[in-house]
Design a protein around this ligand. Structure first.
Ligand SMILES: Cc1cc2nc3c(=O)[nH]c(=O)nc-3n(C[C@H](O)[C@H](O)[C@H](O)COP(=O)(O)OP(=O)(O)OC[C@H]3O[C@@H](n4cnc5c(N)ncnc54)[C@H](O)[C@@H]3O)c2cc1C
Length: 429
């Protein structure tokens, strides 16, 4: 992977991907080239919408092994969005399907609840991708779409101007770019959201997630494990084998503040022993590969997603706890929704920055996002709790779910990420 990244970085430096002085007119400006902003770029540009995407990071930096150690569980619904954007086929050989989800609780050694894909329609609950692999596919796709997609990096949005007829962004390199619509995909701390003057509901979980990849002695059999421990959830996500045939998984190890005796500080030997003890025994010996990354966990939800000629998408509008692996999946539903509205308006020769379009976007997305933010918040509160009555009640609840087939099916379909909420343009992929 390292070699591949290096080769790709070289290509990107030499390619026309990072246009630096492109002052050609465009239809939409996307602030932020993370996974949501790049997917939106591909979806719009593939449908004839001229886009400019601004990001602080160069593609070469964003593809570096040290940039982002996360993997993402992509749901069935998100698969459709990636297909519509022309991204799925570029990355799917690196996708590891999840066929079983095991739920474990506290110090009990056995799984309390197993979801198996044979019990629902479909071949997998979702697919685990390295974020790096998704980004790589996105840069490749943007290169193919260079007639309509322009990436401006490294550059930071520092100011906006909004009039009745256009929106404009000023960058820290002195450039100004105009479009009919500006879309903020600039993450949880969104500068675009702050500039729009939109308040948020937010709180810290006083937890952080330690993320890394590991290799283990025995195959994972496409099992994902969610182990609810009193210190916070510990997740094991199956990955494809590496080029040497090592069996790999990634982990999300949640810790509570004040982070004394943190696993982040363990020496490698101690960390490997702790890992092996936390993994179910069928994995055999477990060893860290690469770096450990830490992400502070909080919830943030914007009161509004839009203002005149501006919209917020994905983490810029809502950032949630990763307990259910749904943050990007929610963001990609925003991407699908706003892309569908923009493409339809453009096909009808209508203004893609019109208030009616923006109102529709907010109306179609806000409830789903609020529901998911609430559900993940409650899950975290319920499962990061070692108070005995709560522990007994949740273990009884999990057992009940495993016995009642329709309830179990409902949870399994939720885990797959229903495609029902997607607009027709994407759903029919
Ligand atoms: C530990 C962990 C595990 C997770 N696992 C999952 C999972 O399994 N499944 C899932 O669906 N989700 C998961 N998530 C959530 C997911 O990672 C996020 O929802 C997703 O990365 C958000 O993408 P984004 O593009 O909206 O924002 P970001 O990734 O934050 O990207 C924002 C981009 O904007 C750029 N930017 C910021 N400010 C400016 C500016 N002023 N000008 C120009 N550019 C700017 C930044 O450089 C960055 O590239 C997880 C999150 C965590 C922390």
């Amino acid at each position: 992977m390292k070699l591949m990244t290096k080769k790709l970085n070289k290509n990107y430096e030499e390619s026309n991907l990072a246009h630096k002085n492109d002052d050609a007119p465009c239809d939409a400006i996307i602030i932020g080239g993370g996974l949501s902003g790049l997917t939106l770029t591909c979806l719009l540009a593939a449908n004839g919408i001229k886009t400019k995407t601004i990001d602080i990071q160069n593609p070469s930096t964003a593809l570096d092994d040290a940039f982002d150690g996360r993997t993402t569980a992509i749901s069935f619904g998100s698969q459709k969005v990636l297909k519509a954007a022309g991204l799925w086929d570029k990355a799917d050989k690196h996708a590891c399907p999840i066929e079983t989800i095991q739920i474990m609780d506290s110090s009990r050694k056995e799984s309390l609840l197993d979801f198996n894909v044979n019990e629902v329609e479909g071949t997998a609950f979702g697919w685990i991708f390295e974020n790096r692999i998704l980004r790589q596919a996105m840069y490749e796709r943007i290169e193919e779409l260079s007639e309509t997609a322009t990436l401006i990096t490294p550059a930071k949005a520092i100011d906006f101007e909004i009039t009745d007829d256009y929106s404009a962004v000023t960058l820290d390199n002195g450039q100004t770019h105009k479009a009919a619509l500006i879309i903020g995909c600039d993450g949880r701390q969104s500068f675009t959201r702050q500039w729009m003057g939109i308040n948020t509901r937010e709180w810290s979980y006083k937890q952080r997630a330690i993320v890394c990849s590991v290799i283990h002695e025995n195959p994972h059999d496409n099992i994902a494990v969610e182990h609810f421990r009193k210190e916070g959830p510990f997740a094991i996500l199956p990955m494809t084998d590496d080029k040497d045939g090592n069996h790999r998984s990634s982990i999300v190890w949640t810790e509570h503040a004040p982070f004394t005796n943190s696993a982040l500080e363990f020496d490698i030997n101690t960390f490997n022993i702790a890992l092996t003890a936390r993994f179910p025994s069928f994995y055999g010996t477990v060893k860290l590969t690469g770096e450990r990354f830490a992400y502070p966990l909080n919830l943030v939800h914007a009161h509004d997603y839009t203002a005149s000629r501006m919209a917020l998408v994905a983490d810029a509008a809502h950032g949630i706890h990763p307990i259910a692996g749904q943050g990007l999946n929610m963001g990609l539903r925003d991407v699908a929704e706003i892309a569908d509205l923009i493409i339809t308006a453009n096909n009808n020769a209508e203004d893609i920055g019109a208030d009616t379009l923006l109102d529709q976007y907010q109306k179609n997305r806000r409830f789903d996002n609020m529901a998911m933010a609430g559900a993940t918040d409650s899950l975290n509160r319920l499962f990061s709790n070692d108070y005995l009555p709560i522990k007994i009640a949740r273990q009884a609840g999990l057992k009940a779910v495993s016995r009642i087939n329709p309830v179990k099916k409902f949870f399994m379909n939720q885990a797959m990420g229903s495609a029902g909420l997607l607009p027709a343009l994407i759903k029919d992929q």
